[in-house]
Structure formats: structure tokens, C-alpha cells
Design a protein around this ligand. Structure first.
Ligand SMILES: [Zn+2]
Length: 121
């Protein structure tokens, strides 16, 4: 969830290709990302059966932090939910092989799940 979800959605929209999925992320500076992707096919046989393979053609899109912030702000305006936790009040705190995904209370919305509005309604 959170910013990574929005980043993927923006990249898919920018690619303009149905079924486009990114498979490589290159960070530029602290906040912007070049994403390389294409339309994967799912292997139906062999030892890697069920895995996705990007045979090409590949294309690259850049997603900036400004675009992610704008997408999250738009989501909050339209839904009234906190964009970080998408209304669930929890965000992913980490992952480990023993415990699986760990969650913590969302700090963006103080675990209310609601977008904080700066303007009076
Ligand atoms: Zn939240």
C-alpha cells in the first residue's frame, strides 16, 4: 500500500500500454524513480511455471515524488480516506520470514483512516 501503490499506478497509466507491469526500479536522487516494464507473459511449463517473464518490448517511465504526492492528495479529496493506509489505519512496518508482514498504526492519519483536511469543509 501507500506511496509505492500510487507510484505503480502512475507508471502503468504513463506507459499507456494495457497489461504493463514494471519489473525494474531505479531511484534517481531521493524521490524520483525510473521504472522499466513491459507486458509479461506467465510461463505455463518448465521449472519456473507460473512465474512472469518479460520478453519485451520494454519501455521506461519516470515517476516523480511530486506526481505521487498529487495522486495521493487527489485520492484523499475523492475518498476522504487517508492515502497512506487507504482507510485501514495500518501501514506495513516491515516483513520477515518468520512473522510475515508486520503492521503498525498509521502515523499519517493518527490511525483514524481519514484524510486530514487543512481547509474547513
Ligand atoms: Zn492512515
Amino acid at each position: 500500500m501507500s506511496a509505492a501503490t500510487f507510484r505503480n499506478a502512475i507508471a502503468i497509466e504513463k506507459s499507456g500500454i494495457d497489461g504493463w507491469v514494471p519489473f525494474r526500479y531505479e531511484l534517481i536522487g531521493k524521490s524520483d524513480t525510473i521504472m522499466t516494464g513491459g507486458v509479461p507473459r506467465v510461463l505455463t511449463r518448465g521449472p519456473n511455471k507460473g512465474q512472469r517473464k518479460w520478453g519485451g518490448p520494454h519501455s521506461q517511465v519516470a515517476v516523480t515524488q511530486v506526481e505521487i504526492d498529487a495522486a495521493m492528495a487527489k485520492y484523499e479529496r475523492e475518498t476522504g480516506n487517508c492515502a497512506e493506509c487507504e482507510g485501514s489505519c495500518k501501514t506495513v512496518a516491515g516483513w520477515s520470514a518468520t512473522d510475515g508482514t508486520r503492521f503498525r498504526e498509521c502515523t499519517k492519519c493518527d490511525a483514524t483512516g481519514k484524510a486530514k483536511t487543512t481547509e474547513a469543509a
